[in-house]
Design a protein around this ligand. Structure first.
Ligand SMILES: Cc1cc2nc3c(=O)[nH]c(=O)nc-3n(C[C@H](O)[C@H](O)[C@H](O)COP(=O)(O)OP(=O)(O)OC[C@H]3O[C@@H](n4cnc5c(N)ncnc54)[C@H](O)[C@@H]3O)c2cc1C
Ligand code: FES
Length: 271
């Protein structure tokens, strides 16, 4: 059950370019892998969505890439700092899978250590832009690692032919490519999230032709079982053809109305 607590930071470790921030668990439930928490970003009015990376006893750990003011503030936290943490939120991965294959790209590795733990360390395929980024692969057991210019999709096709069922997280182009190879993959998508629980509509995206809030419908989405015609790929789960024209944080106290959002917002400052 989701709830909000003020939790103490226990440690903050650098892993390649990423920060692994460990907070005390308090009374929070770690939830299902692929679910996320809204973390207070010190000095910023809005929290930031983070997937749970690890759930050791008494702790919750989050792997962050500092890409903007919120993640920079979180990456700069020190042991003893306190953060408001709210969750678990959204829908995680369906765990009843016979031959799981975890696939991650870049910071998309974040939910995979906890997923791997819950599934008993199945094989994983991870892609990174350099050896420095690939240091995060140490968090996932049984991982084959590729570094650009090799992409995860290169070894993926053979593994899918062998009957592996893909559970993936990564940048949108990677997810699109994975879906083309494995139409029944479970994919964790991203959209700008200001509340994380359905109130702001900032995360509205078109899923199977219907505008939905990704924080409620996802972030993990699975192709509908009957979504495609004979032998052809299923229709796009998430249409991303149009970019939003404005910065994506809803302003003011009242929930913003639904907008035709994409999962890659424009670069812009927010709360
Ligand atoms: C469900 C979910 C789980 C996530 N889990 C993690 C995680 O485990 N580790 C992690 O490092 N990040 C994760 N993120 C992304 C993280 O929430 C954003 O990177 C963060 O909110 C950026 O905030 P900022 O203030 O640092 O940067 P901003 O200035 O807000 O953004 C920096 C740049 O990233 C873009 N951006 C910001 N948020 C998103 C987003 N959600 N999707 C696509 N582009 C975005 C902005 O448009 C801008 O170009 C997750 C996002 C979601 C929705
Ligand atoms: S993040 Fe507010 S509705 Fe989804």
């Amino acid at each position: 059950m989701r709830r909000s607590e003020r939790l103490r930071v226990l440690a903050n470790e650098a892993i390649g370019p990423y920060a692994l921030v460990r907070v005390e668990r308090g009374g929070l439930d770690p939830g299902v892998p692929g679910q996320f928490f809204m973390l207070e970003a010190p000095g910023r009015p809005l929290p930031r969505a983070m997937s749970l990376c690890q759930a050791p006893p008494g702790e919750l750990a989050f792997l962050l890439e500092a890409v903007g003011p919120g993640t920079r503030a979180l990456a700069a936290t020190e042991p003893g700092d306190e953060l408001n943490v709210y969750g678990p939120l959204g829908n995680g991965y369906r765990l009843e899978v016979e031959r799981p294959l975890l696939v991650g790209g870049g910071i998309g590795v974040a939910p995979l250590p906890y997923l791997s733990q819950r599934l008993g360390a199945p094989p994983a395929l991870l892609g990174f832009r350099s050896d420095w980024y690939a240091e995060a692969a140490a968090l996932v057991p049984n991982a084959e690692v590729v570094v650009e210019p090799i992409l995860v999709t290169e070894p993926l096709a053979d593994l899918v032919r062998d009957g592996h069922k893909v559970m993936a997280c990564g940048p949108e182009p990677m997810l699109e490519a994975v879906r083309a190879i494995a139409p029944d993959a479970q994919l964790a998508w991203e959209a700008p999230m200001a509340c994380g629980y359905g109130a702001c509509y900032g995360c509205s995206v078109e899923i199977d032709g219907v505008l939905q809030r990704l924080c409620i419908a996802g972030p993990v989405l699975e192709a509908p079982k009957n979504g495609g015609t004979h032998g052809s790929p299923v229709g796009p789960l998430l249409h991303t053809s149009r970019r939003r024209a404005t910065s994506w944080a809803p302003a003011g106290p009242s929930p913003a109305p639904p907008v035709h959002a994409t999962s890659r917002p424009n670069r812009g400052e927010r709360g």
